[in-house]
Structures are given as C-alpha cells and as structure tokens.
Design a protein around this ligand. Structure first.
Ligand SMILES: Nc1ncnc2c1ncn2[C@@H]1O[C@H](COP(=O)(O)OP(=O)(O)OP(=O)(O)O)[C@@H](O)[C@H]1O
Ligand SMILES: [Mg+2]
Length: 487
C-alpha cells in the first residue's frame, strides 16, 4: 500500500497548476524524477493530479544501492539498512559521483570520506567497487530510477514509459548525459533533463511571470538561482552554488558540540571512535529535524563508551536558540551567497516576486528566517520544499507531451572557451547564453608560421583550463603562412 496522506494535501496545493495540464491521456503516462543526493522522489499524474509517490513506509526513496554476499542488488531503504552492517558494500552520494572523472578533486575528497571503494573506471571515470563487482555511478542511478519506475507502475497498474529528470543547475553536459543514460537503462524514454530550480518554479502559482528566487538546500549542495519567467520562457538571470554547504554540515556542527560536552564531563575524546561518532551523527540529524517543529529537544545516548569515570552517557537538552547560535556561521555563508546572486542578477531584494524553497533543510526555521530577511518576502507556502522538483519535472513533462509551449529555453549552463598558451582558459561564450548563439574572440597563435593548430575546447568557469571540462579538440589545418600575431 502506498501512503496516501501527502497525496491529499497535494490535491489542494496543485489545484491551480493542474488547470493547464489536465489533458494528459493515460497512454501518455509520464513520471517526474528528482534524483537527490540523499533521497530520490517521483511524481506521477494520478487522475489528472500531480502526485508524489512514497514508499510503503511513507517516505522518499533513499539514494542508496548495495550489494549483498549473494551478489543481489539492494536499492533504497533496504540498501540504507544494509549500510549499517556492511558499510563497504553500500553506495551513497551517487549524484556526486555521476559523470565525474576519478582524478577530479571533489572525487578525491569524497574518497576519503565514504566507507566504500571508489576506483578509476572506464574512460578515467569515477566508479565504485564492492564484492569484486564494479559499477559505474550511471548504473547505480539506473537501479534507483528503475525502482521508482516500478513503484509508479505498481501504483498505477500500467506501464510507465516516459520521464523528465531534474538535474542540479550546476551539472555540466557530461553529468546531464549520464543522468539521461541512467533513465534509458531503466527503460524510460527520457523526454528531458531539466534544471532543478527551473522546474521548482513551475510548482508556483505565479508561473505566468515574474522574478523568482529559488533557494535550494538539501543533501548535496546549496544553490540559489534568480529566474525570470516571461511569456512562458524561463531565463536564469544568475545562480550561485556552494558544494561544501549541505544539510549534513548542520549535523556535523551538532556532533562537534556533543563531542565537546562529553569531553567536558568525562575528559574523554570520542572523535576517533567510529561507532560513537556514527551514533552522535544519527542523534544530531534527529535533533535538527525535531528542532524544526519544537523549541527544544532531548538528546539521550546511554553507554556510548567507557572512561576512567565509568560508562559515558550523553543526556542534554538542546534548545532552538543554542542550535541557531551553533550554526550561525553556516547561515552567514548562505546570506553572502544570496547577496552575491542578487548582485549578479542585477536585481534588488524588492525586485523578487516569489521565493521558492527547495530541499529538506528549508524546514529549518533559521533558514526560513534568513531567506525572509534577504529577499524581504515570505517564501511561497504552496510549494512543498521536498516535492517541488519532482512535481515540477512532471509538469514540464506534461508540457512537452502536450507540446503547448516550451517553458525552459535552452541555455548554456557553463561558459565555453579554449585553452591558451600556459594553460589559461579564454572564455568565448558566456554561461547562460541562449542557444543558438555565436561569439568571436581574437586569440593570437603562440608560434610563428604554424601549419596547423590544435584547439582544446572546454566548458567551465575556472581561469585554469585543466580545472574545466574538456569537450574536445579541434585541429585546424591549411593555415596560410604568417607570423604569430597574424594567425
Ligand atoms: N524536517 C526537517 N527539518 C530539518 N532538516 C530536514 C528536515 N527534513 C529533511 N531535512 C534535512 O534535509 C537534508 C536532505 O534534504 P533533501 O532530501 O531535500 O536532499 P536531496 O534532495 O537528497 O539532496 P540534493 O537535492 O542536494 O541532491 C538532510 O540534511 C536532512 O537532514
Ligand atoms: Mg533534492
């Protein structure tokens, strides 16, 4: 049985949005997929109402894949449980691995933090290994999408063949391609890979037009995007991301606080004890969740370890104000990035028509307060932060199928340019340029009288070419003989 509770609340919330998309025939069964760093969500059109499907336990699907000793693949909650006993055989953070090279600095950092093995796979990509089996992140992602497809089919009682999948706005082309491939491996006809903030804005009642701030803080990355919707076209005016700011960072601050409390009482440092740290981390996330709806919470962790004074227990009351004091520095980082984004968009706070919150962390009161303070507006309460992306992806799919209008115009997600002598990056087409676009820039050849030139074409924002993504190499031959400055 699938949980129905959230379905009913959505019937109300989506009533305005359904109007425009009510002509979907059952034969056009389509799903909207939000493949998250920690949890994945799926939206279906159920009796013409955009509906979020949940697992039997009334939750989103944890983005976990595991392999057991009989080489059986476990997906979702069961894989999450498997991780407790067999951490090396359970994979998570799959979204971070997707479409990345093994030597990428983010992957090398992740390697030191996760209990499973990350290896160099085919084409220098980051793959994972457990029980002598190797998997590409794309394949792992496909397992999760396949599970969600089956959930939809069992709920609807018929097959589902089409999907729109949401991707973070910072994903480059290679990452988006892998996401699309994962959908195809799962047996879906992927109608589009759409930007998460763009589709989140689709869940708003003001979709007809205006300037939107989409604030997203979930399990992976903090993102803020300023969008302008006009005449059915979405333009991304500015976006900022901080890949080192995520929900877990708030938990880790609480863990640090608990370690300090234990040190004060027992003169014991538990920070090197993996089992104790695991228990503290679990308690920290639970406390954070509870403080979203109550003023204080009780952390009670008996028999953590031993000390000279006997067994170590942790019994503390944590108030919202203490929590807010501890995470203030993270909130400041959020504030700075939002202000930077407003400046980049050339929009002042009063120019924002609607603020959309996305991600589980939007439930944290201090996060809501800072958003209100920066954008001088209460966030849109009709949009459920955890559901906006999947529902928006579904609505985008409905629009594609109905072919009424194409809401998101095609933009270049990251700047395009070439590598110059000394490894610099010369930007030629700026990010957010609308496709098709043309640009030219004069760059002198580094040598006199070249017969041919090899031009490395890259995508990214870094001034050093090797920190961007190589798209290909162009060989230009038959160049008329001339000194360097003339070529
Ligand atoms: N009610 C709540 N109060 C506070 N925090 C919450 C609540 N619900 C979820 N979270 C936190 O939100 C984070 C996960 O958010 P979410 O499920 O939106 O991430 P995700 O979609 O998996 O990640 P991403 O979109 O970045 O890829 C976790 O840190 C979780 O602890
Ligand atoms: Mg998400």
């Amino acid at each position: 049985m699938l949980a129905q509770k959230s379905v009913h609340t959505w019937v109300q919330r989506c009533a305005y949005a359904v109007r425009a998309f009510s002509n979907i025939r059952h034969g056009d069964d389509i799903v909207g997929i939000d493949f998250g760093t920690s949890k994945s969500r799926l939206a279906i059109m159920d009796a013409e109402v955009p509906t979020l499907l949940e697992t039997e336990s009334g939750q989103a699907v944890p983005s976990f894949v595991a392999i057991d000793d009989e080489k059986k693949i476990l997906v979702g909650q069961v894989a999450n449980y498997h991780a407790i006993g067999y951490p090396a055989d359970s994979f998570f953070n799959i979204k971070t691995l997707l479409g990345r090279k093994f030597h990428d600095s983010q992957i090398q950092e992740l390697k030191t933090k996760v209990p499973f093995k990350i290896i160099e796979g085919s084409n220098s990509e980051a793959w994972v290994e457990a029980c002598n089996e190797q998997f590409s992140p794309t394949k792992l992602c496909a397992f999760i999408i396949d599970k969600m497809k089956r959930m939809a089919e069992s709920y609807l009682g018929r097959s589902v063949s089409k999907a729109v999948i949401a991707a973070p706005i910072y994903f480059n082309d290679a990452q988006k391609k892998e996401l699309e491939l994962a959908g195809k491996i799962a047996g879906l006809d992927v109608l589009g890979i759409v930007d998460e903030p763009v589709v989140a804005a689709l869940s708003s009642k003001n979709i007809d037009g205006g300037i939107f701030a989409v604030f997203s803080l979930g399990g992976g990355t903090f993102n803020i995007s300023i969008l302008e919707i006009s005449a059915g076209v979405v333009e991304v005016k500015a976006k900022e991301s901080d890949s080192s700011l995520r929900g877990e960072d708030f938990d880790l601050v609480l863990v640090e606080y608990m370690v300090e409390e234990i040190r004060k009482v027992y003169s014991v440092d538990v920070s090197g004890d993996r089992v104790v740290m695991g228990r503290l981390k679990e308690a920290a996330e639970k406390a954070k969740l509870e403080l979203s709806s109550s003023c204080e919470t009780w952390i009670d962790l008996p028999y953590l370890t031993g000390s000279e004074c006997g067994s170590v227990h942790l019994n503390i009351t944590l108030s919202v104000s203490k929590f807010e004091e501890l995470v203030e520095f993270l909130i400041e980082r959020i504030r700075k990035l939002c202000q930077k984004c407003l400046e980049a968009a050339h929009v002042d706070e009063q120019g924002i028509d609607e603020v959309i919150l996305v991600g589980g962390m939007a439930r944290v009161r201090q996060v809501q307060h800072i958003v209100e303070e920066i954008f001088m507006k209460s966030p849109c309460m009709q949009v459920n932060p955890e559901e906006a992306v999947a529902i928006g992806a579904l609505l985008q799919g409905a629009l594609i199928i109905e072919d009424r209008r194409k809401l998101s115009c095609h933009l270049i997600p990251l700047s395009l340019g070439i590598e110059t002598l000394g490894g610099g990056f010369a930007r030629i087409i700026d990010r957010h340029s609308v496709i098709p676009c043309m640009a030219s820039r004069n760059i002198a050849s580094p040598m006199d009288y070249p017969d041919s030139l090899s031009i490395r074409i890259l995508q990214g924002e870094h001034q050093i070419a090797s920190r961007n993504d190589l798209l290909g190499e162009l060989k230009v031959t038959g160049i008329p003989r001339a000194p360097s400055r003339c070529v």
